[in-house]
Design a protein around this ligand. Structure first.
Ligand code: 26V
Length: 824
């Protein structure tokens, strides 16, 4: 679908002629790239060759705009935004680029003329899976929105050789395999072999006094690694603006020790190279071993140091003086992973540019800001002091000084309160001396933001309550959003067309989508909406059959839970309710059940045993239910392997029901919730994360909310809740637990889920027992609504219409105004 009414003054004949000319040009460009860029004839070209040629032809159409925008930013001295993130979960880029250029129909027709199917060609692009989940995907949506809004923004991250692992399900269990996204060349990126920075590690610090009597620290590192830049252009909607995503690759300064090689030590001769290159080898290496943790710290410092050196150099080139850095640059830290930036920027200003401490500190705080994405204690980063000192001795000194200045301020404001000081200190003395990276990021930033209203509120009340007392103006909320260009226009072109016919170009102006509310009682519109949903479900049913061999009926309700597998996200609650439904259908097959297909997808961290067991349970339940003729036609369960951005693009448009059922207070925001509602799914969810604001935007009657609220969860935990008593009072739940623990779904290993179920009986930290009855009740209410299609469809319309505010354009505009001080 092309941008709406691009040439309002042109006649249809003229537009047709123009289209034909464009198709001719693109055809020639693709053939030229195939021949000269890929080295293939059309007759020998594989799908991958066609993808490469097409991507190269599309990329050519971006470069001039990119260079022009960069020239203008420089000439006008515009403030730049730097988004530092260890993760960018981009997925495929081809349809992003071509559709934002407004050339989808042109490329489709050009390729068609060449005998190539555009959809199949798109599938030949490997996903850039440089992220784990929500945090990384948010960074990708933000990059696209910054480009769309014309904000001069650069992303900085790591060019991992291997992104997130490929998940293979064997006999129901998850296995991990390396992802090789770069093995067939990445046509989007530009290697910049001339943009290289030295990154240092280890060694010692020499403290000297200059002849003038000032103290100076000189770091004598023991190791040097090179960071090499690779740039990917990120195109905004209608090609208005293009921004770079600069990813760093690690390289050893000396690839080979020739003396060792000539002695015959072929492996040892390359060991320094292997150690250096390990830094950009894999995303989020296992942190189960000390070596893994150290590598993670090296990754963080590596990309932060390279990025800061790069932006400081650019600032000096453009403005000549580092004192104006906060005026001309805003650096956003995506979670604590880049928080070493606080100490590194201080080091650059003081050690390398001779600045005074307090002057440097003002610049750092004025330039940096930090986004928190989770309150889970196990996910809050901290580093053991001895490890940190070994890797970054000079930074430890700087952090100690930051801490002592910070504690002076704290002591002045809250005198004689040692508990308060211990709680705001950058050093946690309780767990064997660790550096609290969240605290470091907080102290070094002028703004700290949460990612939904509830999450921000909890930040103020829990993990950062004492720091908040010290700096009450710093914490602000910036509720997450998603880019509608990818998550509606590209992934669901049929629905996108309907929305645009009704509302106009919602991709330039998200407020327009609200107009869809006016169509909620338009039966012709509701029919068209239903037809689009049906077509998407037919397409997903095909994918399900091809990938897992299960046949599902597109007229059943597609009930979807897709996200990382984590106990707090409670896939287990969904599975247990599925078992309850299975039991109920078996004992009462003739009731007026709403036929359902329960679809799960998601990866578990390789070392997360319980999450992997939950995947196995999903597959065990799927096998049992799908093989049982008693429920045939009424219930199917599917676990789709290897969830990634591309699979999400295929599942989300086909969803009827969106499961957002985390334990209240634990999901910072969620963004899948927004994508699914935008695609016309109804939400069953807890009052958690951005679900709360979704309620406000779609209206309480158009969303199914159940379960404890965050404060109730806290109260329950405080008084010590009693799952045993709840289970005893809830026969349906008791039956589910018994059947799972007795091995009904695991006849080959009856005790497989004994411990998992004992966890619920005994402690139930995630409150499955507390929420079970209210969840099951919500599901039966959903069945009722499903039986009245008009009501269901009307609710879908209100959901789509209510999602405007969840555009990442809104989120980014708020960051621009309240945090970055850049014009939009
Ligand atoms: C990380 C870890 C790592 C150690 C084991 C447990 C654990 C649990 C959670 C996490 C999440 C890290 C940060 C993150 O990805 N947060 C997600 O950020 C999204 C974008 O803001 C947000 O929508 C999700 O709710 C939030 O979980």
């Amino acid at each position: 679908m092309e941008p709406a009414i691009k040439f309002p003054h042109r006649s249809p004949e003229k537009m047709k002629a123009q289209h034909e000319q464009a198709v001719t040009d693109i055809k020639a460009a693709i053939i030229s790239k195939l021949t000269l860029g890929v080295g293939k004839d059309a007759a020998q070209a594989t799908e991958r060759d066609w993808f490469l040629a097409t991507a190269l032809a599309a990329r050519d159409r971006v470069i001039h705009r990119w260079l022009a925008e960069e020239r203008a930013t420089r000439a006008e001295g515009r403030k730049r935004v730097y988004y530092l993130s260890l993760e960018f979960l981009i997925g495929r880029l081809i349809s992003d680029v071509i559709s934002n250029l407004g050339l989808t129909d042109v490329f489709r027709d050009a390729l068609g003329d060449l005998g190539v199917d555009f959809n199949r060609l798109q599938a030949a692009e490997p996903d850039a899976a440089l992220g784990n989940g929500g945090l990384g995907r948010l960074a990708a949506c933000f990059m696209e929105s910054m480009a769309t809004l014309g904000i001069p923004g650069s992303g900085y991250g790591i060019r991992y050789d291997h992104g997130l692992f490929r998940q293979v399900i064997k006999d129901g269990w998850q296995h991990e395999y390396p992802e090789n996204w770069l093995s067939f060349r990445n046509p989007w990126e530009f290697a910049r072999p001339e943009v290289i920075y030295d990154i240092h590690f280890g060694g010692r610090v020499e403290n000297t006094t200059t002849p003038r009597g000032t103290q100076r620290a000189v770091w004598h590192p023991e190791e040097r690694v090179e960071a090499v830049a690779f740039d990917t252009p990120i195109v905004g909607w209608q090609d208005r603006h293009v921004n770079p995503l600069r990813l760093w690759s690690a390289r050893a300064p000396d690839p080979l020790r020739l003396d060792a090689f000539n002695r015959g030590d072929h492996v040892g001769a390359a060991s320094a190279q292997a150690r250096a290159e390990a830094i950009s080898k894999v995303l989020y290496p296992s942190d189960e071993t000390p070596a893994g943790r150290e590598l993670r710290l090296r990754q963080e410092y590596f990309f932060v140091s390279a990025s800061l050196q790069d932006l400081v150099q650019r600032h000096l080139r453009d403005f000549g003086d580092l004192h104006s850095l906060p005026l001309n640059a805003a650096i956003q830290l995506n979670d604590t992973h880049p928080s070493i930036a606080v100490a590194e920027l201080m080091r650059i200003l003081i050690d390398l540019h001779g600045m005074e401490w307090s002057e440097a500190w003002q610049i750092v705080v004025g330039t940096l800001s930090y986004t928190n994405h989770t309150l889970l204690p196990e996910a809050l980063e901290s580093w053991p002091v001895p490890l940190f000192e070994r890797v970054l001795p000079r930074h430890l000194q700087i952090i100690y000084r930051i801490n002592s200045e910070h504690l002076k301020v704290a002591e002045e404001k809250f005198p004689d309160d040692s508990d308060f000081l211990a709680s705001v200190s950058l050093i946690d003395e309780h767990h064997g001396r660790r550096l609290r990276m969240g605290h470091l990021a907080f102290i070094g930033s002028h703004r700290i933001n949460g990612v939904s209203g509830l999450h921000t509120d909890l930040m103020r009340k829990t993990v950062f309550s004492d720091l908040h007392a010290l700096y009450p103006d710093r914490i602000v909320n910036k509720t997450n959003g998603v880019t509608f260009r990818r998550w509606l226009n590209q992934s669901n072109p049929g629905l996108s067309k309907l929305v645009r016919e009704a509302c106009g170009d919602v991709y330039s102006d998200w407020t327009r989508i609200k107009k869809l509310d006016e169509y909620a009682n338009d039966s012709a519109f509701l029919e068209k909406l239903a037809a689009e949903k049906r077509a998407n479900k037919v397409a997903l049913a095909k994918v399900i059959r091809e990938r897992v061999g299960i046949v599902v009926d597109p007229s059943a309700m597609f009930d979807i839970q897709i996200k990382r597998i984590h106990e707090y996200k409670r896939q287990l609650l969904n599975l247990m309710e599925t078992v309850a439904l299975y039991n109920a259908i078996r004992s009462n097959p003739n009731r007026n059940w709403a036929p359902r297909v329960k679809i799960f997808a998601g990866k578990a961290a390789a070392s997360y045993k319980t999450a992997k067991l939950i995947i196995k349970l999903a597959n065990d339940i799927a096998r049992t239910v799908n093989d049982d003729p008693a429920v045939r036609g009424l219930l199917k369960v599917v676990f789709l392997p290897n969830y990634n951005v591309s699979l999400a693009e295929c599942i989300i448009p086909a969803a009827d029901l969106s499961e957002q059922i985390s334990t209240a207070g634990m999901e910072a925001s969620g963004t899948g919730n927004m994508k699914l509602a935008l695609n016309g799914a109804l939400t069953v969810g807890t009052y958690d994360g951005a679900n709360v604001e979704m309620c406000d935007n779609v209206g309480d009657d158009n969303i199914f909310i159940f379960g404890l609220h965050a404060h109730e969860v806290e109260e329950c935990r405080a008084i010590g809740h009693n799952p045993g008593a709840i289970i005893a009072k809830t026969p349906m739940l008791a039956e589910v637990i018994e059947s799972i623990e007795q091995g009904v779904f695991s006849p080959d290993d009856k005790s497989r889920y004994g411990e998992l179920m004992a966890g619920i009986r005994n402690s139930d930290y995630y409150m499955i027992s507390n929420d079970f009855a209210s969840y099951a009740e919500a599901q039966r209410k959903i069945d009722q609504v499903w039986h009245t299609p008009d009501v269901w469809r009307r609710m879908c319309v209100h959901n789509i219409a209510g999602m405007g505010w969840f555009s990442s354009d809104r989120t980014i505009a708020e960051y621009a105004e309240d945090i970055w001080s850049v014009p939009v």
